[in-house]
Design a protein around this ligand. Structure first.
Ligand SMILES: Cc1cc2nc3c(=O)[nH]c(=O)nc-3n(C[C@H](O)[C@H](O)[C@H](O)COP(=O)(O)O)c2cc1C
Length: 180
């Protein structure tokens, strides 16, 4: 799949089936994340955690579901996803908020690479905001790292949830001002 087709067809999946992403494809997705631009080239401030432990994912799902407001989707907030790539960062006080931009760049590269590989994905933010200190400790992050986003990857449970393979225009609109 060419890059523009991957960009135009990436979409959120919120109902995953049991099929797991292969280790080879997982490595490609991680490599795409590592290829993202990062402010001041501070790749050392970032960390990727691959979470595939079913018991841990179940505990994250159960806890977050219990404290988040009721959701319409039954499998929220992790949507039955069996592979999570958590992106965490050290907070950089000399460049406030740059870590969020960095994590966004890594996440976007991984999401688009996933689409190019035929893998479905979901960007997860909400469940990380409500985790208990005990669950955050179980993530085993390096000292000083804050979990900022997670990409859930896998295969949609229902193929009807997969978007068409090509779009001639963006699926969402953002206002544009041209200063000619
Ligand atoms: C920073 C960020 C946080 C997000 N957090 C969540 C989340 O916690 N749960 C969720 O279901 N979707 C989450 N999303 C996915 C967005 O809701 C989704 O990208 C948006 O509705 C557009 O739909 P699309 O991805 O299908 O194009 C997040 C996306 C971004 C960029």
């Amino acid at each position: 799949m060419d890059t523009l087709t991957a960009i135009f067809t990436r979409h959120s999946t919120r109902a995953f089936g049991a099929k797991r992403v292969s280790d080879a494809d997982l490595r490609r997705v991680l490599a795409a994340g590592m290829s993202a631009p990062v402010g001041r080239s501070r790749y050392d401030t970032l960390h990727l955690s691959v979470i595939r432990n079913a018991a841990l994912i179940e505990d994250l799902q159960t806890y977050a579901k219990s404290v988040l407001p009721p959701q319409s989707r039954p499998d929220a907030p992790l949507y039955n996803c069996n592979t999570l790539i958590l992106v965490s960062s050290v907070m950089q006080s000399d460049a406030p908020a740059i870590e969020y931009a960095n994590v966004g760049a890594v996440m976007t590269n991984m999401a688009i690479a996933s689409t190019a590989l035929g893998i479905d994905s979901i960007w997860l933010w909400g469940f990380l905001r409500v985790l208990s200190p005990e669950l955050i400790a179980r993530l085993g992050l390096p000292a000083g790292h804050i979990p900022i986003s997670a990409l859930g990857i896998g295969y949609a449970a229902d193929s009807q949830g997969v978007a068409a393979t090509e779009f001639s225009k963006p699926r969402h609109a953002i206002d544009v001002t041209y200063l000619d």
